[in-house]
Design a protein around this ligand. Structure first.
Ligand code: FE
Ligand code: FE
Length: 283
C-alpha cells in the first residue's frame, strides 16, 4: 500500500509495541530505557531517522501546513475506516487492528466509570495517524514526541541519535530553554510533529481541555513518564499533565486477549461520537 515503504518499520504498530515493551509493568524502572539486541533493528533505524529529521523548522512547517485544516473534510468514523485501511492493510499480521486498539482503550476507560468525553478520547486518540494518507513518512507520524528548539532531554530514548540532527549545531537551540523561556507554557512550545499534535488541532474545538492535553501529549514519554521538561510548563500545564498520566495506562495496558466486537459496540460509540462531533470535521 505504499505507506509501508515510507520508513523502516514493518507497520506503525511496531513503534506502539516497542513503547509497550519499554514500559511493561513487570519491568523495573532502571530497565525501562535499556535498549539492547531485543529491540528490532527496524525500530532503532526508525528512531535514528526520527531524531535526525525532527527539527524546529520541520515541526513549525508541518504545524503551519496542517494547522489550517485544509486537507479534507470527513467524519470521525470515516477517519477510523481510512486509518484501518492505511495501517492495517499494510500489515496483515497485526494482532490488533487500529480500530480494535482504539476500542480497547475506550472500553477500559469506560469500565473504570470515567466520563463520556474521556471514553471518547480513548476511542479517537490515535486517529491522527491518518497523516499517512498524505504521504507523511513514519518518522513524522509516530514515535516518542519531544520539544524542538531547545536542548533534548537525556530521558528521550536513543538520545545519541540527536547528534545527526542539524539543530544540534545551533547553540541557540541547544541551551536548556532554547527559543523558549522558563515556564513559558506548553502552548508556546513546539513538539516534534506527529499524530498527537495533528489530532489535537483537528479535534480541539470539540473536546474539553483535559482531552486536548491527553491527545496532544500522549506520546511525550520524557514528560509524562520520566517527568522531565517541567521547566517549560506553566502551573496550569503541570495540572493538566496529570490527565495525560491518567490516560497513558489505558493506551499501554488495555490490550487484552479478548478482541472487542465492533458490531456490538458500534451503537454505543456512534452515540458518543455524535454527542461531541458534527457529521464532518475539517482535517
Ligand atoms: Fe498514539
Ligand atoms: Fe494508542
Amino acid at each position: 500500500m505504499g505507506t509501508l515503504s515510507n520508513g523502516p518499520l514493518e507497520s506503525l504498530d511496531q513503534w506502539d509495541d516497542d513503547v509497550r515493551a519499554r514500559y511493561r509493568k513487570d519491568r523495573n524502572k532502571e530497565e525501562f530505557r535499556v535498549y539492547d539486541e531485543s529491540t528490532p533493528q527496524v525500530v532503532r533505524d526508525f528512531y535514528r531517522q526520527n531524531h535526525a529529521l525532527q527539527t524546529l523548522e520541520f515541526a513549525r512547517a508541518k504545524r503551519a501546513e496542517y494547522g489550517t485544516l485544509n486537507k479534507t473534510e470527513m467524519g470521525i468514523w470515516e477517519a477510523m475506516e481510512r486509518l484501518n485501511e492505511l495501517v492495517d492493510d499494510s500489515d496483515p499480521d497485526t494482532d490488533l487492528s487500529q480500530i480494535e486498539h482504539n476500542l480497547q482503550t475506550a472500553e477500559a476507560i469506560r469500565a473504570d466509570g470515567h466520563p463520556r468525553w474521556f471514553q471518547l478520547t480513548g476511542f479517537i486518540h490515535d486517529l491522527g495517524k491518518v497523516l499517512t494518507m498524505w504521504g507523511e513518512p513514519q518518522w513524522a507520524v509516530v514515535g516518542d514526541t519531544f520539544p524542538v528548539g531547545c536542548r533534548w532531554s537525556e530521558k528521550i530514548v536513543y538520545p545519541e541519535y540527536f547528534s545527526a540532527n542539524p539543530d544540534s549545531t545551533n547553540p541557540e537551540l541547544m541551551s536548556r530553554y532554547g527559543v523558549y523561556e522558563e515556564q513559558c507554557g506548553l502552548e508556546n512550545v513546539n513538539l516534534s510533529w506527529g499524530h498527537d499534535e495533528y489530532l489535537y488541532h483537528v479535534t480541539k474545538p470539540y473536546l474539553p481541555e483535559e482531552a486536548q492535553y491527553m491527545i496532544r501529549y500522549h506520546s511525550w514519554y520524557s514528560a509524562h513518564r520520566e517527568m522531565d521538561y517541567q521547566y517549560l510548563m506553566s502551573d496550569h500545564d503541570m495540572q493538566m499533565m496529570d490527565s495525560v498520566r491518567k490516560f497513558n495506562p489505558y493506551d499501554l495496558y488495555s490490550k487484552s486477549a479478548v478482541k472487542p466486537e465492533l458490531a456490538t459496540l458500534k451503537p454505543y460509540y456512534e452515540g458518543l461520537v455524535s454527542e461531541f462531533f458534527p457529521a464532518k470535521i475539517r482535517w
